[in-house]
Design a protein around this ligand. Structure first.
Ligand code: 5GP
Ligand code: ZN
Length: 143
């Protein structure tokens, strides 16, 4: 479990470009990239570039910035990938299912008629697209 900067944090490594990610959005404070084990094509994670652990730790101003990017990217998933719905999800704490302890919001695109086994996915993270496929989707979503 990663709970502080002293420990290795995979999302901090992505921010520093020390770990690969298929990035869909970046500004001075916020980074968004595709989940490596997506629940649907285009499943995006939105993070503050600075390391905050969870909802108790993140400053309200930073949460506002993440919300604005969530709106932009949520609309973008609908407009560019042909979805008609989006779930915004966040987990604070292991009891809630948080597995990476760098604050993040999940944007999960949805389409009518396709149900998603949230519970199963949460524990299995079953889908493993190739980096090539992730990069192609990220490219399609670039603003
Ligand atoms: P949580 O369970 O903490 O809400 O979600 C963490 C998410 O981060 C998971 O959906 C998981 O698939 C994703 N994830 C974990 N490691 C990596 C990684 O190295 N790269 C990317 N792009 N996503 C990751
Ligand atoms: Zn971090």
């Amino acid at each position: 479990m990663v709970s502080s900067l002293e420990e290795k944090c995979i999302f901090c490594e992505i921010v520093k470009r020390e770990e690969k990610a298929s990035i869909v959005y970046e500004d001075d404070d916020v980074l968004a990239f595709l989940d490596i084990n997506p629940l649907a094509k285009g499943h995006t994670l939105i993070i503050p570039k600075k390391h905050y652990v969870d909802i108790t730790d993140i400053p309200p101003e930073m949460l506002s910035k993440i919300s604005l990017v969530s709106k932009k990217l949520g609309e973008n998933l609908i407009n560019k990938l042909g979805y008609d719905g989006v779930n915004l999800m966040h987990s604070t704490g292991a009891s809630a299912g948080q597995s990476v302890f760098h604050f993040h919001v999940h944007l999960i695109p949805r389409i009518s008629g396709e149900s998603i086994g949230f519970q199963e996915w949460w524990f299995s993270r079953a889908f493993h697209p190739s980096r090539k496929d992730l990069d192609k989707t990220a490219n399609d979503l670039k603003l």
